[in-house]
Design a binder for this molecule. Structure first.
Ligand code: AR6
Length: 169
């Protein structure tokens, strides 16, 4: 069984094999986690994202999917970019959010990563309520039980950390 922990911190500072980016379909950057990863990781990440767009995703990476690039100057070896769903009060998009975690774990295992760090996907600019986002994240990682040693959820504030701690209990 994979070890799962939740910590308060910055995703760009994690010393793990792969960090997950809360990206958008363009793969060309944005705010929040995405902005921080490209800013600190440097231009090599964007360059590989452009190549992926050109080679495989001319219309963009679909919501719920994941792809890997170098982590550039980050301490990690890879960045796994996944596109979370925008929160909707009228439509249940939970399966797409679960898919982000599942697909990212699948890509991590394919790469040979042993340790992976996730942010709370969709819970910032995309507006997903943190308690529900935490529940889906933890349930999905547990149900996949990926062939990894360690999964770390990295939360930016105490509210998010508390939500993940409750989901892990
Ligand atoms: N480390 C860890 N967590 C962070 C960091 C950080 N450096 N910065 C923010 N968070 P968001 P989303 C938290 O908005 O909701 C971008 O423009 C944040 O408090 O980064 O999936 C993309 O290009 C929140 O709890 O991602 C997309 O267009 C969580 O990380 C869009 O935002 C996710 O917030 C994706 O929105």
């Amino acid at each position: 069984m994979v070890l799962i922990e939740a910590v308060r911190g910055d995703i760009t500072e994690q010393q793990v094999d792969a960090v997950v980016n809360a990206a958008n379909s363009s793969l060309l950057g944005g705010g929040g986690v995405d902005g921080a990863i490209h800013r600190k990781g440097g231009p090599a990440i964007l360059s590989e994202c452009r190549d992926l767009r050109a080679a495989h995703y001319d219309k963009g990476l679909p919501t719920g999917k994941a792809v890997a690039t170098t982590a550039g100057q980050l301490p990690a070896r890879w960045v796994i970019h996944t596109v979370g769903p925008v929160w909707s009060a009228t439509e249940d998009r939970s399966a797409l959010l679960a898919s982000c975690y599942r697909e990212s774990l699948r890509v991590a295992a394919e790469l040979g990563a042993r340790t992976v760090a996730f942010p709370a996907i969709s819970t910032g600019i995309f507006g997903w309520p943190i308690d529900d986002g935490a529940r889906i994240a933890v349930e999905t990682v547990r149900s996949v039980d990926p062939p990894l040693e360690y999964v770390r959820f990295v939360l930016f504030d105490d509210g998010a950390l508390n939500a993940f701690a409750a989901a892990l209990e």
